[in-house]
Design a protein around this ligand. Sequence first.
Ligand SMILES: C[S@@+](CC[C@H](N)C(=O)[O-])C[C@H]1O[C@@H](n2cnc3c(N)ncnc32)[C@H](O)[C@@H]1O
Length: 427
Amino acid sequence: MANSDTYKGIYAMHKYWGKKPFNEISKFIEKYSEPNETVMDCFCGSGVTLIEAVKAGRKAVGVDLNPIAIKLAHASLTAVNIDEINKIFENIKTTLQETINSMYEMEFEGENTMVTHTIWKNGEPIEVWYRTDKEKKKIRAGNSTDIKMCNEPAIEAKWYPKSIMFENSRINVGKEQKVSDLFTPRALVGLSLLLDEIKKIEDEKLKEVFELTLSGTLSQASNLVFVIRRRKKNKGEKPRAEVGSWVIGYWVPEEHFEINVWNCFENRFKRILKGEQEIYSLFSEKSDSYMQEYVKLINGSATQIPIDDNSVDYVFIDPPHTNRVLYMEQSLMWNAWLGLDEEIEWDNEIVVTEAKNRKKKNSDNYNLLLDKAFGEIYRVLKPNRYFSLAFNCLDDNIWIDILNLSVHHGFEIRDIVPLEYSATSVI
Ligand SMILES: C[S@@+](CC[C@H](N)C(=O)[O-])C[C@H]1O[C@@H](n2cnc3c(N)ncnc32)[C@H](O)[C@@H]1O
């Protein structure tokens, strides 16, 4: 059973959909494998199974088709010196904080102010939150300077992704919509400057930490942040606006926030740092050669796993649940910003989607590919060992298909148990 502690530290560094509660997974690992044996998750997502396996002294093999998932899993299993991380952050701060903030600085009523949040409605800034030297939060109406500063920033953008997304009304992606359309011109400048600075980091491990800080920043820095309006207790009071957060889909609400990019980055960094501290305490004493021997990560398809027959002692998987989450389409924002979207093997994704240009991705294709993946699991798993499948679906027919697939490949069903996890698993 998941509780709020389940999604702290490492597991709160970066959003990924369908994260499983680590405390539950670790019980499965303890039950079905022994120390130094090999545990595989060929739909590893953010890497929860792998992290728990290595924590329990098992070897871990992770496969996922989604490049950002493998990057996140890799970073979560790599101890990086915390002082070095802080040093790089301070360098980025010295180089960019002032420049990025200058796009949000303006004089208002004779005071120097810094805009922290703007609420846009149909292209108009209807409410602006700002701070002054004396006060942390003040609110005013938007004006023509706000529009100009946002749409015609004084600083030129560096590279940012212009990748076209798959048209799909289910996740609110329109025809020819680009990843960059999810951001204001001002946010694109700020994010592109950060990315440019991150690309200069020479040490690959440190660079990865900051790439994930940037991709973790994207959603709060985008136009996907909706406005929560709660009624005040006193009658007649105007509802107060609160900041929402991105959950799923690319819906740009009619009324949305634009949050200062530097603040988004700094806040994400604090979260990443907490995760990195946990990673350091877990894995820093294990040598590089130990980790190389104990962790194998493959950005590829579960339908073709490049490892030997009979080489795995236990498999735990949590494959995509038909059309519940469109992992690859949803992750395009992250992958595109990190330049990881060119190599995605879209045709191999196990998913059911209504995207206009992914017509083949129906339930037949889903079953066909999942069948291949089960075949691969059977091939790599040693005889008489266990394979656990987490699945969340209300459709009895899909359950029957899944159970049939297992039996068809020669697995015997030993146990079926409920696994509850909280809605906050989108963190
Ligand atoms: C339910 S999620 C797994 C979440 C994971 N258990 C976690 O805790 O983060 C399913 C994963 O399957 C991946 N996937 C989809 N098709 C795949 C394929 N053909 N091979 C490998 N992974 C695939 C998706 O990218 C997604 O990360």
